[in-house]
Design a binder for this molecule. Structure first.
Ligand SMILES: Nc1ncnc2c1ncn2[C@@H]1O[C@H](COP(=O)(O)OP(=O)(O)OP(=O)(O)O)[C@@H](O)[C@H]1O
Ligand SMILES: [Mg+2]
Length: 496
């Protein structure tokens, strides 16, 4: 249940947890003193001895005052802990995204990153600042109270000691049941995030294909699924809180009944006090029994939020531990370089796609990549800018390409003029040509008329370069490029 690796994730966690627990334990001692004062007062009242009201009032007030100060201080350690955890984990998360670079999406989807860095870390924070200190506090508080009750009546303290592991046991059972439900909850949550982000990002496309209504319905279904999973999770949490309450109150009753039986046998006494202390002992036990299960019950209720945090932490940890390709961070001199791809192979999901690819994009020239849909044009662009990784062969440099892109010295236009009417397309293409004497330009396009004035053209099919050269070279060759060009030209003429 306690993920020890998490304990060391954030520096200073152990120190803050220690002080938080220690101060709360001191506050518990004050609470025991308050209980003792109240028990003495009740004993005085019951036995007919006139109680010293002022003295009792003053002692309860001062113990309460000290307890208040200790708890406040402990709270500050808890707050500090919770802030540190949140800031540290978010920092690490975003550092990791930056160190992975543009291909972070291959390790984890953007929506999942947003969900984990937001709510995921929020829940993990409860694990650190709520559950973990409470766990240590519960152990120390319970054993302290068992020890104190032991001085009044051994049997009662044994009964309480034996019953106290029942709450952690219920927690463990809850954990087993919740595991499956939690898995489904997070899966549904991530799917919902994905569909929302995808739909918002692609809203223009959805609208232009009149597909927004369909997507809307899909989103509704996904949201409903998430609602159902959330309700299931809440139900299981409430059930186990009820179970824990039953154990706590049952344990309290068992403790009191044992104490009463022991009273009958004259075995309830205040060790180290003179006279008949049976009644005083009984009052004291009643007050302590009431306090006995409180820390464990709080632990139980914090457990569920913590469980969510632990679940989120496994995804967070996987992401933080993901290997980083440092290629993109290298310092380079990027003046006057050509970019060349040599003998590059690349697979999508273990299916070879690009094979033995060779391409050169000369400095301050226009190079175009053309070909039918799905031939691999965008894949090459994505490999160059680093949003897709995992190729073999070489892109001479890839790192240079990326640095230039930041400058930006290289401009890649992947279907820059798709869905744009002819006049605007012409304006954009003219602008691209205008800047071509000071930028290295790569144009990716379906429409061959856009690439006529390129210095060099790669015509691709099925992940391979089929033909290459200038437009006139390719036209003279009279192969597939020329045929496609003629086909598109005829089609455009026909449309006019
Ligand atoms: N992330 C991916 N996982 C698996 N297959 C992919 C992925 N991205 C693209 N593909 C596949 O790889 C092939 C090449 O895709 P790519 O996007 O590079 O083509 P394209 O030439 O840019 O096509 P278009 O002209 O339609 O933009 C296609 O068959 C596509 O389905
Ligand atoms: Mg494409």
């Amino acid at each position: 249940m306690l993920n020890s690796e998490l304990l060391f994730y954030v520096q200073g966690t152990k120190k803050n947890i220690f002080f938080n627990v220690f101060l709360r334990w001191l506050a518990l001692l004050m609470n025991i003193m308050i209980s003792l004062s109240v028990a003495l007062f009740l004993n005085d009242l019951y036995t007919g001895k006139p109680p010293s009201y002022g003295w009792y009032f003053l002692s309860v007030l001062s113990f309460w005052g000290i307890k208040f100060l200790l708890e406040r201080r402990a709270e500050l350690f808890g707050l500090q802990l919770s802030e540190d955890v949140k800031i540290e984990l978010r920092k690490r998360f975003f550092k990791k995204i930056i160190s992975i670079g543009p291909s972070y999406g291959q390790k984890m989807s953007t929506s999942k990153i947003m969900q984990l860095s937001g709510e995921g870390i929020e829940q993990l924070q409860t694990y650190y600042s709520g559950f973990m200190p409470q766990l240590f506090y519960s152990i120390s508080a319970t054993s302290t109270m068992v020890l104190v009750i032991c001085f009044i009546n051994v049997k009662t303290s044994i009964v309480l000691l034996l019953l106290s592991p029942l709450i952690p046991l219920v927690i463990m059972i809850g954990l087993k049941i919740a595991k499956k439900i939690l898995g489904k909850y997070w899966k549904s949550y991530f799917s919902l995030g994905n569909i929302f982000l995808d739909s918002i990002q692609g809203l223009t496309m959805l609208k232009s294909y009149d597909a927004d209504g369909k997507k809307h319905n899909q989103m509704n279904l996904q949201a409903e699924d998430f609602r159902v999973k959330t309700m299931k999770l809440l139900r299981s949490q409430l059930n186990s809180i009820n179970m824990m309450d039953m154990v706590a109150f049952g344990g309290l009753a068992a403790g009191l009944v044992t104490a009463l039986y022991q009273l009958k046998e004259n075995k309830v006494t205040m060790l180290g006090m003179d006279g008949d202390t049976r009644l005083l002992g009984m009052f004291f036990i009643i007050l302590l029994c009431y306090e006995f299960f409180v820390p464990l019950r709080i632990l139980g209720s914090l457990f569920h939020v913590a469980m969510n945090g632990i679940w989120a932490s496994t995804f967070i940890k996987d992401f933080l531990d993901a290997p980083v390709n440092n290629e993109s961070n290298r310092e380079i001199n990027h003046s006057n370089h050509n970019i060349s791809i040599k003998n590059m192979n690349f697979s999508y999901d273990d299916q070879p796609f690009l094979t033995n690819l060779d391409m050169t994009f000369p400095h301050h020239k226009i190079t175009s990549i053309v070909g039918k849909s799905g031939c691999g044009k965008s894949t090459i662009a994505n490999l160059l800018i680093g949003t897709v990784t995992g190729y073999d062969g070489s892109i001479k440099r890839l790192s240079i390409a990326r640095a230039l892109l930041q400058d930006p010295e290289i401009l890649i236009f992947d279907e820059a003029t798709s869905n744009i009417e002819e006049e605007s397309e012409e304006i954009i293409m003219n602008l691209i040509r205008k800047i071509s004497n000071r930028k290295t330009i790569i144009i990716i396009s379906h429409r061959l008329s856009n690439v006529l004035q390129s210095d060099y053209i790669y015509f691709m099919a099925n992940g391979k370069v089929e033909e290459e050269g200038s437009h006139s070279d390719l036209m003279i060759a009279q192969k597939d490029y020329a045929a496609l060009y003629q086909y598109q030209k005829d089609l455009e003429q026909y449309a006019k």
